[in-house]
Design a binder for this molecule. Structure first.
Ligand code: ADP
Ligand code: MG
Length: 281
């Protein structure tokens, strides 16, 4: 792929923090699947697990046994940065960087985070995705401080939408203006029965541009349990396609949305019916 930048030192990585406000809406799932998709498109990606108390990005990626060193160990001089960057064996463009182990004491500062990001960028990474902790306290502020872009995840539920809206305000107050929305766990059947807000309604309430929408899909849970991101499946499910689609939009390679009303058929069948589904709903 000739359009992929190769200049290691001069091209700074795009640093994108994945936030939500409310916990459990799909930040970690999104970080893993978007990261894997972007890496498969040929870019070097580091995923940072900044969710200290509820660290689980390593599990979703199936890398839990390989996290020997974390940012805390780098800071304490126990290892070099590259030793704490765990390379995915299935996709060599993808690395995982954990801030701390669950039982480790956490005292990473904003400055530390910024230095880590700069050093990772200098190693030639094109994208750094930061999986943000839930809530809006010190862990959140540390996670967002090195980012220039953000992706807000919400589900079509009022509690999650309210928190997403709050986080959008906080991001702006912290100088992050490039913000996009991803609506997760969408159920077209419920939308049709007026039991769930449409993606368009959600987007209008939060008032930021839409990156994509991901359907509710049991395969997400299965893939979490297997430590294998959905987008690695040979036969992609609709949620896998929707994540791939969002990844392409994030790198500026695609401009349409997947139709979540399409039955779960093969990828070709779904893509044939691609249209801006939420405009019609
Ligand atoms: P967060 O990082 O925001 O706390 P997670 O990514 O850990 O959220 O997701 C929370 C739970 O929701 C997990 O059990 C995950 O498998 C499930 N989940 C996330 N997205 C979907 C989806 N699109 N369909 C079904 N389950 C999902
Ligand atoms: Mg999480």
């Amino acid at each position: 792929m000739s359009s992929i930048p190769t200049n290691k030192d001069a091209v700074p990585a795009r640093v994108i923090v994945i936030t939500s406000g409310k916990g459990g809406v799909g930040k970690t799932t999104t970080t893993a699947n978007l990261g894997m998709s972007i890496a498969r498109l040929g870019y070097k990606v580091t995923l940072i697990d900044a969710d200290i108390g509820l660290r689980n990005l390593d599990l979703l990626l199936g890398l839990e046994n390989r996290v020997l060193y974390t940012a805390m160990d780098v800071l304490q001089g126990e290892c070099r940065l590259d030793q704490a960057l765990i390379k995915d064996k299935r996709q060599k463009n993808l690395s995982l960087f954990s801030i701390s182990k669950n039982q480790q004491k956490y005292n990473v500062t904003r400055k530390n985070m910024e230095n880590f990001i700069q050093s990772i960028s200098l190693l030639g990474y094109h994208f750094i995705l930061i999986d943000c902790p839930a809530g809006i306290d010190v862990g959140f502020i540390n996670a967002i401080s090195p980012a220039e872009e953000s992706l807000i995840i919400t589900t079509p539920e009022v509690t999650a939408i309210r928190d997403a809206d709050r986080v959008a305000g906080l991001l702006e107050a912290n100088g992050i203006y490039n913000v996009k929305l991803l609506v997760n766990r969408v159920r077209p059947d419920m939308i049709q029965n007026n039991d769930m807000m449409s993606v368009r309604d959600v987007q209008e309430i939060v008032g930021i541009p839409l990156l994509g929408a991901i359907p509710e899909d049991n395969n997400v849970i299965i893939s979490t349990n297997r430590g294998e991101p959905l987008v690695l499946k040979k036969k992609l499910t609709l949620s896998g396609i929707a994540f791939e689609n969002a990844a392409r939009r994030l790198i500026g390679k695609q401009d349409y949305f997947v139709d979540l009303d399409t039955p779960y058929t093969d990828k070709k069948g779904i893509l044939k019916k691609v249209q801006n589904f939420f405009l019609g709903s």
